[in-house]
Design a protein around this ligand. Structure first.
Ligand code: SF4
Ligand code: SF4
Ligand code: SF4
Length: 259
C-alpha cells in the first residue's frame, strides 16, 4: 500500500507490457490540453514521458497484455502497491490484438516473430491483465479515447464510478443518424460491442471490429448468424469477432465445454 501524499495530490504511475504504446501516447496527448488534471496529480512514473521512476503511487494505469511469465511478478508488485489499478486500452483490458497469437501454435508464432533467435525470448499465450491480477476498472479502446481518459481519471480522483457505457455502439450510431452499414452491404459488430467511441468507425464507413469489448451478455450467436446471413464465411465472421476479443471467445468456449 502507498503512503498518503503530503501535498494532497494523488501519486499516479503508468506501466507498459506487450503493447504498441499507442494508449500511453494518447494519455500524453490528452494531458497536454488538460493541465488542470496534471496539476491535480503527481505523476511519479511514466516511461513514455519522463525519466524519473518513483515506486510510491496510489493509482496505477497499466497498458499492454501479459505475454510472458516475467510479466506476472511485475503485475503482482504493481497490484501490491496501488490502491487502484486501471487497465489502459484493449491490450490490457481484453488481451486485444496480442491475443490473436493464441489462435496459432505458440512455436509457430515465436519463429515468425523472432526467427532463429526464438529461443532467446520467453513468451506464452497473451492474456488481459485481469487474468493475472484484480483490476478495478478499465478504459476500453484501441487506442483509448482521450476525453474518456480524462473523465475516468476525474471520476477516480473524487471516488466515483467512471461513466463507461454498457450499451452497444449501435445506440451512438443511431443517435448520429448514420445509415446502417448492413443496409449498404457492409458488416459491423456494433450490436454486441460496448459504446463510448461515438461510433467512430461506422461513422466513417468502417464496420466496428470490437476494440471496446463486448457489452455485458451480448448475443454473440445471433451476431454470428447476422454476419453469416450478410454473406460472410465462417472464417470471415471469426476474423472479425477475434480481432480484439480472441481471449474472451476462447474463455467462453472453455466455459461452455465445461458445462
Ligand atoms: S490497445 Fe491498441 S493502441 Fe493501446 S497499446 Fe494496445 S494496440 Fe496499442
Ligand atoms: S452501422 Fe454498425 S453500429 Fe451502426 S447501426 Fe449498423 S450495426 Fe449498429
Ligand atoms: S466502432 Fe468499434 S472498433 Fe471502432 S472504435 Fe468503436 S468499438 Fe472500436
Amino acid at each position: 500500500m502507498s503512503e498518503t501524499p503530503s501535498n494532497g495530490r494523488p501519486k499516479i504511475a503508468f506501466f507498459d507490457f506487450a503493447s504498441c504504446e499507442g494508449c500511453q501516447l494518447t494519455v500524453v496527448d490528452s494531458l497536454q490540453t488538460h493541465l488542470d488534471l496534471l496539476n491535480a496529480v503527481e505523476i511519479v512514473q511514466f516511461r513514455e514521458a519522463m525519466t524519473e521512476k518513483g515506486e510510491d503511487y496510489q493509482i496505477a494505469f497499466i497498458e499492454g497484455s501479459c505475454t510472458r511469465e516475467a510479466d506476472e511478478a511485475r503485475l503482482l508488485e504493481i497490484r501490491e502497491q496501488a490502491d487502484v489499478v486501471v487497465a489502459l486500452g484493449a491490450c490490457a483490458h481484453l488481451g486485444g490484438v496480442n491475443a490473436l497469437k493464441n489462435l496459432h501454435p505458440l512455436e509457430d508464432t515465436r519463429r515468425w516473430v523472432y526467427g532463429d533467435k526464438a529461443d532467446w525470448y520467453g513468451t506464452y499465450e497473451a492474456r488481459p491483465i485481469g487474468a493475472v491480477i484484480e483490476v478495478d476498472l478499465a478504459i476500453p479502446g484501441c487506442p483509448i479515447d482521450r476525453e474518456e481518459f480524462v473523465r475516468v481519471v476525474k471520476a477516480v480522483l473524487i471516488g466515483k464510478t467512471p461513466p463507461i457505457p454498457d450499451y452497444p455502439v449501435c445506440v451512438e450510431c443511431k443517435l448520429k443518424e448514420n445509415v446502417c452499414l448492413f443496409d449498404i452491404g457492409k458488416f459491423c459488430l456494433g450490436p454486441v460491442v460496448r459504446a463510448g467511441c461515438d461510433a467512430i468507425c461506422p461513422t466513417y464507413g468502417d464496420g466496428c471490429e470490437g476494440c471496446r469489448g463486448f457489452i455485458p451478455h451480448p448475443n454473440q450467436n445471433a451476431m454470428k448468424d447476422v454476419l453469416a446471413k450478410a454473406g460472410l464465411t465462417v472464417e470471415e465472421v471469426m476474423s472479425r469477432m477475434t480481432m480484439f476479443n480472441t481471449y474472451q471467445l476462447q474463455e467462453q468456449l472453455v466455459e461452455e465445454e465445461g458445462r
